[in-house]
Design a protein around this ligand. Structure first.
Ligand code: PLP
Length: 397
């Protein structure tokens, strides 16, 4: 961190680190520009095009001149569609006034934190966590409080661990199921146990459900916000990025208690105004017109999950939980640590520089024993990438 006392930059800006995943992408692009063939297990987005129906809705929005400012909290049709989605798919009774449309799920989480966290408040983060959570908590003035987990428990916390982490400064916990980076999902029973602890403590829960639709093995996603005792404490965040292959369109949305949503909407009205009008029309089409495209994408991801898990089955000295959803594998590689590769960043660097396979070090997700592999790539790349990984591990003996 820079020397704050002599800096002309704000403490807030200096406390935030650059996205580690973007740093890997930058080095990968450099190597590619030198003509090196890199296999990427580092992407955080679906590799499918946005479905045609959605594209047509956006084109129609442009042609109909739907190109001006909208209500800053989002157009009423989209808030209504999101409210209906929360009710029918997630079992959370929702008035459209309890929905805020924002510029991506990341922005929704930022808005939620900015609305409930004061300077010095604590926000509980089970690790490994999505890389942006601690930075967003710090931006809001809060202090991240990390609960550690390990591969032996499938990287899941227990209700007992949650209870033990709560202090009188705790404002919220962020739960992400299915998880980026582990792909692991909490069961309904586990979430109901968390809900009892959360309701008793009277803290907020921010439930990040971006990967809700990408689940395998006939698993069913459960929203903790549907537990009645959390009606006034749960903030449920979702978005179109992962579910509909729309990462570039930048639409996220959240459902929460009316006062939280009103506070977040007030801030959003001063900071960004409305999310892009055209993207809102595209998101409306996604929430109201799309089904089969999602199923096709998910079954393709499931095939790839099966392939990468099978290919890595015989790789010695690594452990990882079989993912329930999302498109990541979180692999404990600590048995390969040595003087040459003492941590996850050094190991990921070795794999990228010497074996031309891009991964993301677990340190970016609060767990330095692992690396994250994304299988949002072709089956050919999965096969070639695993060969390179095995070569890279083999060389470390
Ligand atoms: N939450 C998780 C767990 C994610 O992995 C991501 C994106 O990688 C997001 C939220 C934010 O997605 P977006 O801002 O594109 O909606």
């Amino acid at each position: 961190m820079a020397d704050i006392s002599s800096s002309r930059l704000s403490r807030r800006s200096l406390a935030v680190s650059e996205s580690a995943t973007l740093a890997v992408a930058a080095r990968m692009k450099q190597l590619q520009a030198e003509g090196i063939d890199i296999v990427s297990f580092s992407t955080g987005e679906p590799d499918f095009p946005t479905p045609d129906v959605i594209k047509r809705a956006a084109i129609a929005a442009i042609e109909n001149n739907f190109t001006r400012y909208t209500q800053s909290e989002g157009i009423p049709e989209l808030r209504k569609a999101a409210a209906r989605k929360f009710e029918t798919e997630n079992g959370i009774p929702t008035d459209p006034a309890q929905v805020l449309i924002s510029v991506g799920g990341k922005h929704s989480i930022f808005n939620a934190l900015m609305s409930i966290v004061d300077e010095g408040d604590e926000v509980i983060l089970p690790a490994p966590f999505w890389t942006s959570y601690p930075e967003l908590v710090r931006l809001a003035g809060g202090t991240p409080v990390v609960i550690r987990t390990g591969p032996e428990k499938r990287y899941k916390i227990t209700a007992g661990q949650l209870r033990a982490a709560i202090t009188n400064r705790t404002r919220a916990i962020i739960i992400n199921s299915p998880s980026n980076p582990t792909g692991v999902m909490y069961s309904r029973e586990e979430l109901e146990e968390f809900a009892a602890v959360i309701a008793e403590a009277g803290i907020f829960v921010i439930s990040d459900e971006l990967y809700e639709k990408i689940v395998y093995d006939n698993n069913r996603h459960f929203s903790i916000g549907s537990v009645p005792s959390l009606a006034d404490l749960a903030i449920t965040v979702n978005g179109v990025s992962k579910a509909f292959s729309m990462t570039g369109w930048r639409i996220g949305y959240m459902r929460g208690p009316k006062d939280v949503i009103a506070a977040a909407a007030r801030m959003q009205s001063q900071v960004t105004s409305n999310p892009a009008s055209i993207s809102q029309m595209a998101a409306l089409s996604a929430l109201t017109q799309i089904t089969s495209e999602v199923d096709i994408m998910v079954s393709s991801f499931e095939k790839r999950r099966n392939l990468i898990v099978e290919l890595l089955h015989d790789t010695p000295r690594i452990t990882f939980p079989r993912p329930d959803g999302a498109f990541y594998l979180f692999v404990d590689v600590s048995d390969y640590f040595s003087d040459r590769t003492p941590n996850s960043a050094a190991l990921a660097k070795h794999l990228l520089e010497e074996h031309h396979i891009a991964t993301v070090p677990g340190s970016a997700f609060g767990d330095d024993n692992a690396i994250r592999l994304s299988y949002a790539c072709s089956e050919r790349d999965i096969i070639e990438g695993v060969k390179r990984l095995n070569r890279g591990f083999g060389e470390l003996g």
